[in-house]
Design a protein around this ligand. Structure first.
Ligand code: HEM
Length: 406
């Protein structure tokens, strides 16, 4: 398990290259090992199939690229879909195992370590539809409903296929993306792409600490841990039925491109910023609590009788108590594209939510935030949205579902 190519090669590379990285890499290896020792349940509990994007800790760089099959291929779309998936399956495996410069002479990664490169492949419902496999679309992939607070740009939504490429190094990530898109350029057209980042291991005192987003909040505290028995049922898809076996043990990924209105945000007093979320900026502790991992006391009231965690606080509205127990694994990356021609900062959160079923994960939570008047909403804009099925990795093959397009 640990010895899949990205895990072993990437982590070993980090240990050699990072100078003070031995302790860090040891900690990472320890964490991965814990996963490896977790008892297997059904296939949905089989961590071997977990997409690289779900490994922890998350590398500091990510690139998301959504592509569409070209409509002008002049042959059945199914052929093109099959060709793209076969090529990506082969190339992703080779990049994980050997690195780009062993495949492409003169590649930018010459002299670089593997840097924990992890490439994850997602399939949109539109791909299956266009390739004549509409009957294999899981009901889990029903379209995410529109929300009153959406500001979606069609150009930043959807996609037939997604590449999620993460690495500790931006050159490794960027050149892998370039290689993979280039390898299928005759069959696909990029639809949208977004590079993102998190604090790097070099800058983090404690690389296992929950990272902060560009609003300065500790973001990702309440998340299923992979050592948690509920991780499988909440995050990994269970599909015993043969027609959906291609997704058994995979995960459904919701991506939202969420711009942050950072000038407005930082014009708030720090206390007001804390009330918006319901947690302290310094420690991430819930208001009324003392430490990040303390359970929020949603019933606590102050001397004035008002709730300590405000009625419209983000964590109250998003809590399982308010969303019929909805659960997902949230992995946030920041993006920062500078300022557009109109002087608006194009920066925010690449919100990714991984779950066994978006209908009982992302959707009810977003509905609760939308309808409940989330106090965070005036400071963010949901500008992009997409849903992908991420099949399980089998024997190192990110695309093992070859029977999907017979
Ligand atoms: C919790 C920030 C969007 C779902 C939190 C927390 C922060 C945060 C700081 C508290 C710490 C933690 O548990 O991670 C943000 C920001 C967003 C955003 C800045 C947008 C830019 C969303 C969206 C959803 C979501 C779109 C899902 C539809 C949740 C959930 C929790 C949470 C489920 C945990 C609630 C609990 O305590 O049980 N968010 N969030 N967030 N957020 Fe968000």
């Amino acid at each position: 398990n640990l010895l899949t190519a990205t895990g072993a090669a990437g982590l070993a590379g980090l240990a050699v290259g990072a100078g003070a990285g031995h302790a860090l890499a040891d900690r990472r290896l320890g964490e991965e090992n814990e996963h490896a020792l977790a008892p297997a349940r059904s296939r949905a509990g089989d961590r071997d199939g977990m997409p690289p994007a779900l490994r922890s800790p998350t590398p500091s760089q990510v690139q998301l690229v959504a592509v569409d099959l070209r409509a002008d291929a002049g042959e059945p779309t199914r052929e093109a879909a099959r060709r793209v998936l076969r090529t990506w399956g082969r190339e992703i495996r080779a990049l994980h195992e050997q690195g780009l410069h062993t495949r492409v002479e003169g590649a930018p990664t010459q002299g670089l370590l593997p840097a924990s490169l992890g490439i994850t492949l997602g399939l949109g419902a539109s791909l299956l539809d266009r390739a004549g496999a509409g009957d294999r679309i899981p009901p889990h992939m029903e379209e995410i409903p529109a929300f009153a607070t959406d500001s979606l740009e069609p150009a930043w939504c959807g996609g037939d296929l997604l590449l999620h490429v993460a690495a500790e190094d931006p050159v490794v990530a960027s050149s892998a993306v370039g290689h993979l898109v280039g390898a299928v350029a005759g069959d696909v057209r990029p639809r949208w792409s977004l590079p993102g980042f998190q604090r790097s291991a070099a800058a983090a005192d404690d690389p296992t600490a929950t990272p902060r987003n560009l609003m300065g909040q500790i973001d990702g505290t309440v998340n299923p841990r992979s050592s948690d028995p509920l991780f499988g049922p909440q995050v990994l898809a269970a599909h015993p039925e043969p027609s959906l076996a291609w997704m058994d043990g995979g995960s459904y990924l919701v991506v939202r491109r969420i711009r942050m209105l950072l000038d407005d945000w930082y014009s708030l007093d720090p206390g007001d910023r804390e009330a918006v979320i319901g947690r302290r900026l310094s420690t991430g502790a819930p208001l009324g609590g003392g430490a990040e991992d303390d359970l929020p006391d949603l019933a606590a009231a102050g001397e004035d009788g008002e709730p300590v965690i405000p009625r419209d606080a983000h964590i109250r509205l998003a809590s399982p108590e308010n969303t019929l127990g909805a659960r997902m694994l949230r992995r946030g990356y920041s993006y920062d594209l500078g300022w557009d021609a109109g002087g608006h900062r194009q920066a925010g959160l690449i919100f990714t939510a991984w779950q066994a079923d978006p209908r009982t994960g992302f959707t009810p939570v977003q509905r609760a935030l939308d309808e409940g008047g989330d106090a965070l909403h005036p400071y963010v804009r949901h500008e992009g949205s997409a849903l992908f099925a991420v099949p399980p990795v089998r024997d190192g093959d990110p695309w093992a579902a070859h029977d999907l397009f017979p």
